[in-house]
Write a protein that binds this ligand. Sequence first.
Ligand code: FPP
Length: 232
Amino acid sequence: MDGNGRWAESRGKARSEGHLAGTEAVIRTVENAFRAGIQCVTLYAFSSENWNRPAEEIQALMGLMLRFLAEQKNLFIKNKIRLRTIGDLSPFPEAIREAVEAVKAETSAFSEHTVAVALNYGARDEVLRAAQLYATDVRSGKLSGDTAPAWEQFSKYLWTDGMPDPDLIVRTSGEIRLSNFLLLQAAYAELYFTDVLWPDFDKAELDKALAFYASRERRFGKTSAQIQKDEH
Ligand code: FPP
């Protein structure tokens, strides 16, 4: 969800105003995505590197997060949307952790729609933590450790355990990189980059991203001829 800062600055506004407009784009995009039949939306809201931002911007983002959780909680419950998070929540203020855990607990039984918010998330942190947890299970004898794990087995140690791999990753604002986002899970994801700034991302823009996705042939290592044969 890139470009909030530039959106605000180009209007002579504070960067926090961009994040506020970005929150509105979050709400409409989640609604539009679910209406389009998508089951799981993951939002990169705060990376493990975002702590390096100015303190006042971090504070504004925390405030927005709290507001989002308070204002959207009923929407999650009414629409049976499960809230998940990926990332290490421990450095966040207690108020945020409690608000997140409360909504997660109240929505944990829902299975049709999931919104996963990446908070203090970094793919490298994720894999290091997974390796450590895996090693602990080897040491305790829960796993043998004699052979390399199958991906299905190792991926249970990732924060995304139980979530599908992303089919489509959208990055706004013209930046063409993944910035430590779901690096392993993105192995076969289709990548869509648009110059549109995140606060301007609306239904028409989501439709463009989905049209791009629909135009892709997903081969997962096979040949095009094999895929076409499988489809018939
Ligand atoms: C990147 O744009 C955006 C962020 C670091 C924050 C994203 C947060 C939100 C959209 C709001 C809160 C989220 C939720 C889920 C309620 P940038 O600031 O790097 O923009 P720039 O590159 O133009 O400076």
